[in-house]
Design a protein around this ligand. Structure first.
Ligand code: EPU
Length: 422
């Protein structure tokens, strides 16, 4: 297993290109299951989760090619097995995104239950409830979801009891192939959902309400145009770079961004005192650190609120701020695994229920740390960059799942980071 050795404190300098969005690419790759013809993609990030998705799709019989340098993927969807087996879904929970397209297109699907993970129990009951309401017969047996529909899925109205990103995506995909119209209420408004909806619309599906809580989809009109699917920039990677720049008090320019999707994150960092300049076209973000940061009090929330996927990274920034900060995690019940690791560097963070109380500023000193999940890993790396001495971050396969060559990019920006296998 790989680990990173980070010699800190580091200073970053220069420009960093933000890769394509992982959480947008995943549902769009699963959409290939809806077609009989080749589907092609551009700006696909070079990540383990993409490798896993293509492996899972191949296990169903599809063929694919991936030019990792060019960032292009081609999928030839000749599905023979309508199944997402446990071996794949256990590697990546987003394997649940196979359910909507398989069921919609082939009338049946067998998909492993994703199970819990380091950040929480993460059930998929809303996905199943919505698809049942669209006419699917669903039973869960021996760890698998078995779904069937006689004829085709039917349009319906489904209100999500709680906002779910992949839940909304699964229903959106299924609805685009179903008979009649579907209304999704309390839908996720995340940019990843909007990008999926826009792509379905480009494939001929009439959709209204994207980016709002009520999405209406007219099913049954899907047709494949020849233009490739272009994956938009990863807003969480961009936010992670801002966090790293501010934590190391470095001046950094991010390119290939879409700052219009990052208002909550920019607002939080600015309220801490950071200088952040956005170009007129929102594609470049220039980060200007300051010596003193202010403590803040915030909570994570579905979009347009502050993303839970940025909470772990923000905690490192708050360790360096003056005074007491509070961060309430409202999306996942167990998303503070990084706190115990950060404490090993000298961070003063207490957990009270779903609140992290941070006392700053702390002088962080290097120590070995263990990554537990994707965003937690990013926060440990950022902490390692500010800590004095050599920090080892183990189990960085979590990082490789969702950040395109983070260590290479850090070296390019001047940080002393080495990848070792242990
Ligand atoms: N929930 C249910 N039942 C469901 C679905 C969700 O109770 O059927 C609950 C969850 O347990 C959670 C909340 O609803 O408490 C929200 O979960 P959601 O379904 O929105 O999460 P997700 O779709 O599984 C996606 C991202 C996550 C991101 C969350 C929240 C992908 C592939 N994953 O997960 O990204 O944290 O939305 O924004 O899009 C990451 O990239 O590191 C990551 C974890």
């Amino acid at each position: 297993m790989d680990a990173l050795l980070i010699n800190g404190p580091a200073k970053l300098k220069g420009e960093v290109k933000v890769a394509g969005s992982k959480n947008t690419a995943l549902p769009l790759l699963f959409c290939a299951l809806l077609f009989d013809e080749e589907v092609s993609y551009e700006n696909v990030p070079r990540l383990w989760d993409i490798e896993t998705t293509l492996g899972l799709l191949q296990s169903m019989g599809t063929e694919s090619s991936w030019d990792k340098q060019a960032g292009t993927v081609r999928i030839f969807p000749r599905v023979r097995r309508r199944e997402a087996p446990y071996e794949w879904v256990k590697k990546m929970r987003a394997g649940i995104l196979a359910l909507g397209p398989l069921l919609a297109k082939y009338g049946e699907a067998k998909v492993s239950l994703p199970g819990g993970c380091a950040i929480g129990a993460r059930p998929v009951n809303f996905h199943l409830e919505a698809l049942s309401k669209m006419g699917a017969e669903i039973r869960v047996e021996e760890g698998y979801i078995h779904a069937r529909v006689v004829d085709r899925l039917r349009g319906t109205t489904y209100r999500f009891p709680q906002i779910s990103v992949t839940g909304t995506e699964n229903v959106l995909i299924a609805a685009s192939f179903a008979q009649g119209s579907t209304t999704i209420e309390n839908a996720a408004r995340e940019p990843e959902v909007v990008a999926l909806g826009k792509q379905l619309a480009a494939w001929g599906v009439p959709i209204t309400g994207l980016g709002t809580s009520t999405i209406a989809v007219e099913g049954g009109r899907l047709k494949l145009p020849c233009a490739p699917v272009v994956i938009p920039p990863d807003r969480i990677e961009a936010g992670t770079w801002i966090s790293a720049a501010l934590a190391t008090r470095s001046e950094l320019t991010l390119t290939h961004t879409d700052a219009t999707e990052m208002e909550a994150v920019l607002k939080v960092f600015r309220s801490m005192g950071a200088g952040i300049e956005v170009s007129a076209d929102a594609k470049r973000i220039h980060v200007l650190p300051v010596e003193q940061y202010r403590a803040i009090d915030i909570e994570t929330a579905p979009y347009p609120g502050f993303a839970t996927d940025m909470q772990a990274q923000l905690l490192v920034n708050l360790c360096l701020a003056n005074g007491k900060s509070r961060v309430k995690e409202t999306i996942f019940e167990n998303r503070f695994m990084h706190v115990a690791e950060l404490r090993r560097l000298g961070a003063k963070i207490a957990i009270e229920g779903n609140n992290a109380i941070v006392e700053g500023p702390s002088r962080l000193l290097a120590a070995p740390m263990m990554a537990t999940d994707l965003r937690a890993s990013a926060s440990l790396v950022i902490a390692g960059l500010c800590a004095h001495g050599t920090t080892k971050v183990s189990r960085i396969y979590h990082l490789d799942r969702g950040y395109q060559r983070l260590d290479e990019k850090l070296r390019h920006l001047g940080a002393d980071v080495t990848r070792i296998s242990e």
